[in-house]
Ligand binder design. Structure first.
Ligand code: NDP
Ligand code: OXD
Length: 308
């Protein structure tokens, strides 16, 4: 019997228990799933950073920790976590992010805010076509690639930027410092889907924001530290950046006195861009346990040195 510890917020248990048990059964795994196993008996941990578990040292026989979140910045530097760590790549999470990003890109592209503000006036203004609106996505991982493909299929000229070179149909792929400059220099809309690591902190700062064309819009569902907030507020105040939609912040919930709340050119959403779904993530966890049991490489294992 494989013992799996569920270490997420207690209210998540009801949502996850049945899908996980069904996925384990379907994968032919004999699993005892609980929230209160004796730590030294646990084989695998399903973990979320907003649960209570932070000391992994007592889990002496644990073979791997499976994050229910895609972003692992809260756990990747934990010294007591000496076993493999896998981040979440889940079709439901990906679909949610594609829908959220596409919706917010289309809000900007079609100037939907103007239509709402002018709904009592007959002042026609035809929006350009998607093919006339360059979009840049910073981060071409599971989520960035999926968004890039969908936006490209809608007709947007999409440029993507990652750490390593990529070849994605319909997407101009760039990497490295020069690549970032090029990626930003034409972008009318920028979407941030980078992980929060030492190397990505303040990717958008005073210098890189200045590379964007005047009037560019920013959408950040990645992580708060990707943006230098002071530099973004200055660029919004000067009008260089026309608007920002921010889903993630250095401190969450965003403090009540943060200038983003009241800024007329900022939309704040409360870290809801995409969420792991129990029904679509349970088979991913089951497959990783199957792999762990037969000694195959885990899916989506985090590179601890890179931090994602
Ligand atoms: P991945 O790990 O699959 O992709 C990360 C991408 O970022 C990769 O393309 C990687 O490059 C690139 N990257 C990493 N470091 C650098 C760097 N220094 N310079 C340039 N590119 C870099 O992550 P996901 O796509 O699954 O998720 C991205 C992030 O989205 C998560 O880390 C999380 O923070 C956030 N997220 C937010 C949610 C929300 O609700 N707001 C929900 C889910 C995720 P390479 O391909 O070369 O390795
Ligand atoms: C995640 C998130 O990282 O929800 O999965 O932000």
């Amino acid at each position: 019997m494989i013992r799996v510890q569920f270490a997420a917020r207690p209210e998540r248990w009801d949502e996850y228990q049945a899908p996980l048990e069904a996925a384990f059964a379907k994968a032919g795994l004999s699993v005892d799933l609980r929230r209160d196993h004796a730590p030294e008996t646990v084989g695998y941990i399903a973990y979320a950073p907003n649960g209570t578990l932070s000391d992994f040292a007592p889990y002496t026989r644990c073979k791997a920790v499976f994050s229910l979140w895609a972003g692992v910045e809260k756990i990747v530097g934990n010294d007591s976590l000496t076993m493999p760590l896998c981040r979440m790549v889940d079709p439901g999470l990906t679909a949610g992010m594609v829908e959220w990003v596409t919706g917010h890109v289309l809000r900007y592209h079609l100037d939907i805010d103007r239509s709402i503000a002018m709904q009592d006036q007959w002042v026609p203004q035809t929006p350009p076509l998607a093919m006339q609106r360059p979009v840049t996505i910073l981060g071409l991982g599971a989520l960035g690639q999926a968004c890039a493909k969908t936006l490209s299929q809608l007709g947007f000229p999409v440029t993507g930027w990652a750490r390593s070179a990529k070849d994605i149909d319909g997407v101009t792929c760039l990497h490295g410092c020069d690549g970032l400059e090029q990626a930003l220099s034409t972008a009318e809309i920028v979407v941030l889907l980078l992980p929060d690591t030492r190397a990505t902190e303040n990717t958008l700062n005073a210098e890189t924001l200045a590379l964007l064309p005047k009037g560019a819009r920013i959408i950040n569902p990645g992580r708060g530290p990707l943006i230098d907030d002071t530099a973004l507020l200055a660029a919004l105040d000067s009008g260089h950046i026309a608007h920002a939609t921010l889903d993630v912040f250095r401190i969450e919930p965003l403090p009540a006195d943060h200038p983003y709340w009241a800024h007329p050119n900022v939309t704040v959403t409360p870290h809801i861009a995409a969420e792991t779904r129990a029904i679509t993530s349970a088979p991913v966890i089951a497959e990783n346990i199957r792999r762990g049991e037969v000694g195959e490489p885990y899916l989506h294992q985090v590179d601890r040195a890179l931090g994602y």
